[in-house]
Ligand binder design. Structure first.
Ligand code: FMN
Length: 462
């Protein structure tokens, strides 16, 4: 029976998932500017037995027409967000084994800048860092913020990302020998000159030919997560990722995406079962099913078509409310505009045979935003459904997407985790010290390992 892994999906903003929940009395999300809020959150998450706290994020925001979506600003829907890099070392001081995964987009700064930030975090947390590699949501807004004339095309962003990760990995893995850092007070030797190496990288998009100042951290390379499930995104995941955050849609579609990513990994000579694939999940759980349904109804009552439309526009550039509600998304393709440059997954899933109308898409996404599966009920029902979904999809775990944080995370920890543990679904005993050893049940060690394809395939010369 497969061990399941659990993370918590957060963003350093008032709420997650492109839905509206922070004004609810059970949510503390609006305290997100206060470090005490995050310390409390990290402690709840660690005590509940989660493997890691995952931070989504980016510079984008939903644009409708040619301006920021009004409802996004007024309700804080994917609009406000801080950089989680700075709070993570604080949280590491208040927890002992919890991992931290941070989303950072490729294509904005130079790989050496991000590499150094992540090395720093891996040192400061004792090896508890993962990097969620994205090419970036809401690219039209990102282009505005960075003053770019236009968005870099979708597939080119992935080509750039491949170079970005290859260069960063070489800095982490090859710039310092394990014994290069001596730091010996008696001899006064800081580092062995022969043990540090110039990294020369000549890519089409990125170049480097210098020395890397950050000595090897416990994991060297942070655990490589990836999110983005277009065909190009899946190929990228199969090439680079150790963990993949798959968009949870229906069980059947998710199972197909999981199988496809494992197949692509196997084609590249990787062990497909070593890849950890996870999807988002929103859980409404309480001692009784009635109370769980009440919580769900209270959340659903806060959602509107405008919120759904803002979120969808942020992912795709398409304003659903400007379309004919009785026709399918084919009307956008028929109009001939540039479609899919921001992200294709959320368009493709609504095309083809039996495609829903725009009205049906709005209804389907209501309360869902970018969230994955929704599970509602008493603790036994929720634990059963989690096991069923894992079996139906071949996923390795779930990222719980809170609604009324941290109260609902605490409820999940108190009510559902013990059942999963009893059923043998959670890892036994003490977790490994680094995030990588924790996610590989100790078998993968702390390091990326020389078998990882990113190290064998690079545009570089040493
Ligand atoms: C489940 C999931 C979570 C994501 N989280 C983020 C995020 O936090 N920040 C971000 O910039 N992009 C995020 N993305 C990725 C962007 O959507 C992606 O890099 C870009 O839109 C291209 O995606 P595509 O391969 O699905 O077309 C996420 C994607 C998925 C599927």
């Amino acid at each position: 029976m497969k061990t399941l892994h659990f993370g918590v999906f957060e963003v350093m903003g008032p709420q997650v998932g492109g839905t509206y929940s922070w004004p609810h009395p059970l949510s503390a999300g609006i305290d997100y500017l206060d470090p005490a809020h995050w310390i409390r959150m990290a402690q709840v998450v660690e005590e509940a037995g989660f493997d890691f706290l995952f931070f989504a994020g980016g510079y984008g925001y939903p644009i409708i027409g040619d301006d920021v979506s009004r409802v996004s600003v007024e309700k804080g829907i994917n609009f406000s967000g801080l950089d989680p890099d700075y709070i993570i070392p604080v949280l590491a001081q208040h927890t002992s084994t919890l991992g931290f995964v941070v989303t950072q987009s490729t294509g904005l700064d130079h790989p050496a800048q991000l590499a150094r930030r992540l090395s720093t975090l891996d040192h400061l947390t004792g090896g508890r860092i993962g990097w969620n590699i994205v090419t970036g949501a809401s690219q039209n807004a990102v282009a505005e913020v960075f003053g770019h004339e236009r968005m870099v095309p979708h597939d080119t962003r992935y080509d750039m990302a491949a170079e970005y990760v290859e260069l960063a990995s070489r800095l982490w893995e090859e710039a310092w020998d394990d014994d290069a850092l001596v730091a010996d007070r008696a001899s006064g030797l800081f580092a062995r000159r022969e043990g540090v190496h110039r990294i020369v990288y000549e890519g089409e998009h990125y170049r480097s030919r210098g020395y890397y100042g950050a000595p090897p951290s416990p994991q060297r390379t942070p655990v490589l997560f990836q999110a983005g499930t277009s065909p190009k995104g899946r190929a990228f995941a199969a090439d680079h990722a150790e963990c993949v955050f798959v968009q949870g849609t229906t069980p059947a579609r998710t199972a197909a995406a999981v199988a496809d990513i494992r197949r692509l990994a196997a084609e590249r000579g990787r062990d497909p079962e070593r890849l950890k694939l996870m999807a988002g999940m929103t859980v409404f759980v309480a001692e009784t099913a009635d109370r769980a349904r009440e919580l769900e109804a209270e959340f659903d009552a806060m959602q509107t078509d405008e919120i759904v439309a803002a979120l969808y526009a942020g992912n795709t550039g398409i304003d659903l409310l400007s379309l004919d509600p009785d026709r399918t998304l084919q009307q956008v393709l028929d109009a001939g505009g540039p479609v899919g440059q921001m992200g294709t997954s959320n368009i493709e899933r609504f095309l083809g045979e039996d495609a829903p109308t725009v009205r049906e898409i709005l209804d389907q996404l209501r309360g869902l935003g970018t969230r994955g599966f929704r599970v509602v009920g008493d603790p036994v029902r929720v634990a059963d459904r989690i096991e069923e979904l894992a079996a139906e999809t071949d996923l390795d775990g779930f990222l719980i997407e809170p609604v009324f944080e941290p109260n609902d995370l605490r409820a999940f920890g108190d009510l559902v985790m013990p059942l999963l543990r009893e059923r043998g679904r959670l890892r036994d005993g003490e977790p490994g010290h680094t995030l990588r050893s924790r996610l590989t049940e100790g078998r993968g060690g702390d390091r990326l390992g020389s078998a990882h394809p990113v190290l064998g395939r690079s545009a570089a010369t040493a």
